[in-house]
Ligand binder design. Structure first.
Ligand code: ZN
Length: 478
């Protein structure tokens, strides 16, 4: 996009701004197949950062990685009644292979519970085989009608954890443990505050007993579900006849969980932090943390300035995470703009006068704040500034969420506030599915979750007047 093409501003058109940011930062592109997405190197570098941090957290909590096939016999999907009802409408089905019609059609996985539980049947015999704590990094396909880069695409990348346990208590503990892993990742790495909570019956995963989620608020006040963790009870064990012999020699059905996050998180990062100039990446997830822009004055010897830039990169302590923009055919101003659009946290300007004064200029991407730093202090200042920026980004996002979260008491207030200013509406709800459906049909708001820390409080549902004992979060959502 470069200097000449300005992004659509957020106040003009938030949706177009979102697409402009992706294009300008060269994160992804539309593929020739409608609804699919090409993840470009800048976007994939961000996904790799997400993967690495999460994978460490999964391993620290005892999980191992495995890989299950992309193709699932269609009959598998039909074994769990709610699961097939939930997923059948969005499945892509392979009917031919090698020029022949297949005897049984194969579904391209929309999620892998069925094939994994078919395998767990072979692997689980006794209580000594439990727990199984497996994660897989994979792609899945869900045939979506309305797609948007990163947020909702026909094929997307994700991780899916699938665990098997001997008791109901253990599976509930695991479900909540992984919800907490997701909360920590969102807040500590993405700098995105989230509300952990439980989904209503209507919003839960097809085949789960209980679904938990973390919900973030985007800059436009809409909610984004950033991760889910499901307690599957014994539903899949029963559908696939997976039992184990307990310590008393009794056969029991196995207890299950599954949990996942996807490339949707990249959309969440964009919409939590970025501005009208382009992407802003939280430092901990930026593959390039700083870029040096050498400034060649009229009298400067380019080789001297570049030589100093290379020395500065070496001294910086950032290893491969610092870049030197040595393109000779574009001006420093053009480069500033380009790196701002790409969201790199820090820009370091280095010109002949800086070299003379043994200093460099650091500019923060999020605030535009400039610092003149003596060269010998640079590694320490870079480290501190990146940490401070990470903290400030979280604090700004949290303040935004708090400013846009408020209690509402009756239907008129609900409808008015939802349209202006929008955000998270904390309202009572009767807990009934028909009422929830009616609210969505009439207002487009859904119950995002019942926060885990919701206080007991007597009230009435603003729509039907029935009694309620806690507030839930209503919002329009991505
Ligand atoms: Zn109601």
């Amino acid at each position: 996009m470069g200097k000449d093409k300005k992004l659509t501003t957020r106040s003009d058109d938030y949706n177009q701004w979102y697409l402009d940011v992706i294009q300008a930062a060269r994160l992804a592109d539309h593929s020739p197949v409608k609804g699919c997405m090409v993840i470009r190197p800048n976007g994939y570098a961000l996904w790799e950062k997400i993967q690495r941090a999460l994978d460490d957290m999964f391993k620290e909590t005892g999980h191992v990685n495995a890989y299950f096939p992309l193709l699932i016999p269609e009959s598998f999907l039909k074994k769990e009644a709610e699961h097939v009802e939930g997923f059948a409408p969005e499945c892509a089905v392979v009917t031919h292979g090698g020029g022949q019609k297949l005897e049984e059609p194969l579904v391209i996985r929309p999620t892998s519970e069925t094939i994994i539980w078919a395998m767990y049947r072979k692997w689980i015999e006794s209580h000594r085989d439990l727990p199984i704590l497996i994660n897989q990094w994979a792609n899945v396909v869900r045939w979506e009608m309305r797609t948007r880069l990163f947020l909702r695409t026909t094929e997307f990348l994700w991780q899916e954890g699938h665990t098997a346990h001997a008791t109901s208590e253990e599976s509930e503990e695991e479900t909540l443990r992984m919800l907490e892993v997701y909360r920590r990742f969102a807040e500590d790495f993405m700098a995105m505050p989230v509300i952990p909570g439980i989904k209503t019956e209507r919003e839960k995963f097809a085949g789960a007993v209980r679904t938990y989620s973390i919900e973030g608020m985007m800059q436009d006040g809409r909610a984004l579900q950033a991760g889910t963790s499901h307690n599957l009870g014994q539903n899949f064990a029963k559908a696939f006849d997976v039992t184990f012999q307990d310590e008393q020699g009794q056969r029991q059905f196995v207890w299950a969980t599954s949990w996942g996050v996807s490339t949707r998180l990249i959309g969440a990062i964009i919409m939590t932090h970025s501005d009208d100039k382009g992407l802003i990446l939280p430092p901990r997830l930026a593959a390039t943390k700083a870029t040096i822009i050498p400034i060649m004055g009229k009298k400067a010897d380019p080789e001297v300035v570049l030589g100093e830039a290379r020395k500065l990169a070496e001294e910086s302590g950032l290893g491969r995470e610092i870049d030197i923009d040595d393109r000779a055919n574009v001006s420093p101003g053009w480069k500033y703009n380009d790196w701002e659009q790409r969201g790199v946290p820090l820009r370091i300007e280095l010109g002949p006068r800086d070299i003379e004064n043994k200093q460099a200029v650091i500019v923060r991407r999020d605030t535009g704040e400039k610092q003149f730093v003596p060269r010998d202090k640079l590694p320490a200042v870079l480290k501190e500034t990146l940490e401070q920026m990470q903290k400030d980004m979280f604090a700004r996002a949290l303040a935004h969420r708090e400013e846009n979260t408020y209690p509402v008491e009756d239907e008129a207030e609900f409808r008015a506030k939802l349209e202006d200013p929008g955000g998270f509406l904390m309202a009572h709800h009767c807990g009934e599915r028909e009422c929830e459906e009616r609210i969505q049909a009439e207002t487009k708001a859904t119950i995002r979750c019942i926060p885990l820390d919701a206080k007991q409080e007597n009230g009435t549902c603003p729509f039907c007047g029935k009694a309620s004992d806690k507030r839930v979060i209503f919002a329009k959502a991505y």
